[in-house]
Design a protein around this ligand. Structure first.
Ligand SMILES: [Zn+2]
Length: 287
């Protein structure tokens, strides 16, 4: 494993869910050794169970019933975007069930989305119309060059196979004065340092890359992009989702016990504000 930024060998950092995460000795970029072909992995992994509580996937308990909370979190991002670009074309990368596309349409944007998951993009097509949704990866989808005012990647950056090539492709789709908004985990956040291997963001195999401010800036520069604003956000999550993450990637048996006892009750949907702020939200523009 070589660092995609420094081109030097990475060292084994931690092993979780049977996968090794490697770390670059110079820039501290983390990368999961997927041990298999990315395209077949994506096809198989992001199936229905990923969105509906499959215990072998540290993902969503029920993406659909968590919609009110997911949209509540998205509103913060959209209000930031509206200050910068009050109207125009918008592309949501990794759009899942299309909730952000739907929200952006309701505020007057000409919004589109795509997702590598066949299941999720079909759901998104039902919600906002199939003409607005493509099924594919950043490299495989087709859009006219320089056609978007806004491109968003919420909790997507860490899932990419080749973030450098992917950022170059997205930069080619962005208008000259366009804005990109990226939300991903920060390996130098307090939570990451405190929880170390139990940090919920370390979820191989679906999380492949682990960045902090300095190395993500280097990556963006290599794609002729630059960060303009940084901020962190707390998140609204359902109790069921928090317990599911804690029992799987957090490796917490108590959470597993509670989850099993409240699994079929309304408590699963109880909203919680989690002020962990272990993420970085980056406004990105062209250089
Ligand atoms: Zn490096």
């Amino acid at each position: 494993m070589k660092c995609i930024l420094c081109n030097i060998p990475m060292k084994q950092y931690l092993c979780k869910n049977g996968y090794w995460i490697y770390r670059c000795p110079r820039c501290h970029l983390g990368e999961t050794d997927l041990k298999r072909d990315y395209s077949s992995f994506v096809k198989e992994f992001y199936s229905q169970g990923y969105y509906e509580g499959d215990p072998t996937r540290s993902a969503y308990v029920s993406y659909e019933s968590d919609k009110p909370l997911i949209v509540r979190n998205m509103r913060k991002f959209l209000s930031f975007i509206r200050d910068k670009k009050p109207a125009g074309t918008l592309l949501d990368v990794g759009c899942a069930f299309g909730y952000f596309v739907e929200l952006s349409l309701s505020k007057g944007y000409d919004a589109y989305g795509f997702d590598p998951s066949g299941f999720a993009s079909a759901e998104a097509g039902k919600l906002v119309g199939t003409s607005r949704i493509q099924n594919g990866t950043i490299q495989s989808v087709r859009y006219p060059k320089h056609s978007f005012d806004v491109i968003t990647l919420f909790d997507v950056f860490e899932h990419l196979q080749d973030p450098l090539s992917d950022m170059k492709k997205l930069a080619s789709l962005l208008k000259k004065d366009g804005v990109m908004l990226i939300a991903t985990g920060d390996t130098r956040s307090i939570a990451a340092k405190l929880f170390r291997r139990k940090w919920t963001f370390y979820i191989p195999p679906q999380h492949i890359f682990f960045f902090h401010r300095k190395n993500v800036r280097e990556l963006l520069q290599s794609a002729s992009l630059k960060p303009r604003t940084w901020f962190r956000v707390g998140k609204w999550l359902s109790l069921g989702y928090v317990l599911h993450l804690a029992r799987t990637t957090g490796e917490n048996p108590v959470a597993g016990w509670i989850y099993a006892h409240i699994q079929n009750t309304f408590l699963m949907r109880l909203p919680l504000y989690v002020p962990m702020k272990d993420n970085m939200v980056i406004e990105v523009v062209k250089m």
